[in-house]
Design a protein around this ligand. Structure first.
Ligand SMILES: Nc1ncnc2c1ncn2[C@@H]1O[C@H](COP(=O)(O)OP(=O)(O)OP(=O)(O)O)[C@@H](O)[C@H]1O
Ligand code: SF4
Ligand SMILES: [Mg+2]
Length: 371
């Protein structure tokens, strides 16, 4: 991205009006609640803790707070990118949403249905509407099943198609993802990494889901193949009006694909904003450090990014024993007194409505911009 993006006059007016009337956005008041109704997926205060056990009696000696109170919403047809370093809890968010791991606290509402309290029948229906695409196209496809059986399995299990209709639907899916109908009787090992991920995409689309959760879908692929898969996902989104939760550790991939970006650090969202705003005006020191590692930003920095290069040093602290105060403070070049004692809350800051940041110093945006 180059050039300065102007704050739309309507956004400014809306914000001023809100402030004048004292009716700021619900999220501005309570950032951990996302409770407007126009979201296909709403996650509020989600926590997923894993107990750590020790000794013969397997006593619980602590918890890994893999997801620690995160909230976001995704409107139908939108893509929300969840980004952060390895171990920050991205996959656990995805698994908690579809109840592959039990959430400890919070709520997940999909299309007006409370996912976390859904009974078995409802959960089965929900899993028809929410598909997952995983990082590893090698491990996620059963090597003993033909491509036709892999893609058609869910249609058979859910009794959506059988016989010649099933073959027709699988063939149509293969064409949609750019594979040949002749591939139907082949096995996964006969395909390249990119082709296998196309098979995963076809499988994910078989039941015509509303939401697709992509967990690092291109991380394991060559750079040249990554863009092909991302373009395929974008085309399918346009054609079928899909909604995506897109997980990645790479901000460059997210910039291409997402409408809204949420940056995670140690189980929490530390910054969330519309994509254009986040890339134009990253506020959290962690986001800024992640941005610094995007090659094109270093090659051609826009005026608004110049002079902001931040190096991310140090290790991610242990999730079992997180630091007091702001969890990022041991690695943060701006850390000072309050950061070591009090955890910052996610609050609306920055120029645009909907730009949330959890950082004490981001109150004073100019200090960071100039310093
Ligand atoms: N089933 C589990 N039992 C115990 N701890 C777990 C379990 N699953 C994940 N964790 C821990 O929770 C934390 C978050 O893991 P998670 O896999 O969600 O991170 P991630 O952001 O997806 O990382 P990556 O980018 O490497 O995939 C890590 O500390 C991990 O070790
Ligand atoms: S709260 Fe303090 S330690 Fe945390 S990111 Fe902001 S400046 Fe850094
Ligand atoms: Mg993961």
């Amino acid at each position: 991205m180059t050039g300065k993006v102007a704050v739309p006059a309507t956004a400014k007016r809306k914000r001023r009006k809100n402030i004048e009337q004292g009716i700021s956005n619900v999220e501005a008041k309570v950032p951990n609640m996302v409770n407007t109704n126009d979201y296909l997926l709403r996650v509020a205060g989600l926590k997923t803790y894993f107990p750590v056990k020790k000794g013969l009696l397997q006593r619980t000696i602590g918890y890994v707070k893999a997801v620690d109170g995160i909230s976001f919403g995704i409107q139908a047809g939108q893509t929300l990118g969840l980004v952060g370093e390895s171990g920050c809890g991205k996959t656990t968010v995805a698994r908690s949403i579809v109840r592959l791991v039990p959430a400890t606290e919070g709520s997940v509402v999909f299309d007006q249905t409370d996912v976390l309290s859904a009974d078995r029948v409802k959960l089965r229906e929900l899993r028809r509407q929410i598909s997952l695409i995983f990082q590893d196209p090698f491990g996620s496809l059963n090597p003993r099943m033909t491509v036709g059986n892999i893609i058609g399995e869910s249609l058979k299990v859910q009794k959506k198609a059988a016989g010649s209709e099933l073959i027709e639907r699988v063939t149509a899916l293969l064409s949609k993802v750019g594979l040949s109908p002749d591939h139907i009787n082949r096995y996964p090992h006969e395909f390249s990494g990119g082709q296998r991920q196309r098979i995963s995409v076809a499988r994910a689309l078989a039941l015509e889901p509303k939401l697709v959760i992509c967990d690092e879908p291109v991380s394991a692929l060559d750079v040249s193949i990554q863009s092909q898969i991302l373009n395929l996902l974008k085309d399918l989104q346009d054609e079928f009006g899909l909604t995506f939760l897109f997980i990645a550790h790479d901000l460059a991939v997210v910039e291409f694909f997402c409408d809204i970006v949420a940056v995670m650090y140690m189980g929490k969202i530390v910054e969330r904003a519309a994509k254009e705003e986040l890339y134009r005006n990253p506020l959290h020191p962690y986001t800024r450090a992640l941005m610094s590692s995007i090659p094109q930003v270093e090659r051609d920095p826009s005026p608004s990014r110049r002079g902001r290069r931040t190096t991310l040093g140090g290790e991610v602290p242990s999730a079992l024993n997180p630091p007091a105060g702001c969890a990022f403070h041991p690695r943060c070049p701006l850390a000072e007194g309050v950061c070591l004692k009090q955890m910052p809350v996610l609050e609306e800051k920055g120029d645009y409505e909907g730009h949330f940041v959890a950082c004490w110093k981001c109150q004073k945006k100019l200090i960071i911009d100039n310093g």
